[in-house]
Design a protein around this ligand. Structure first.
Ligand code: FES
Length: 101
């Protein structure tokens, strides 16, 4: 199973492919926002994917539209509620603040 490394805490978590990154972060006890409960409408679960970005599920239109409205978005940005784990390891970075609106 792929391993998710969570920064800045450095925790690691093993999970099945297809698991939402948000679920992995919550299970790891990380303080990640998810006000809309995974409906891609709040933007509070914004994270950076530092490694393994290509192994994650593709960014769909709804996620792209939401990210367009979030502050601090960059090329590594994903919504943790929309990104699903693929076959390879990933490193994600929590932004330490709620970047949603
Ligand atoms: S939980 Fe609201 S956009 Fe991900």
């Amino acid at each position: 199973m792929p391993i998710v490394t969570i920064m800045p805490s450095g925790k690691t978590k093993e999970a099945e492919s297809g698991t939402r990154i948000l679920d992995i972060l919550v299970e790891a006890g990380e303080n990640i926002g998810h006000k809309c409960d995974g409906k891609a409408s709040c933007g509070t679960c914004h994270i950076f994917v530092n490694e393994g970005r290509k192994t994650l599920s593709k960014t769909e239109r709804l996620e792209n539209e939401r990210l367009d409205a979030v502050v601090g978005v960059g090329s590594k940005s994903r919504l943790a509620c929309q990104a699903k784990l693929g076959a390879e390891n990933v490193t994600v970075e929590l932004l330490g603040f709620s970047s949603g609106y």
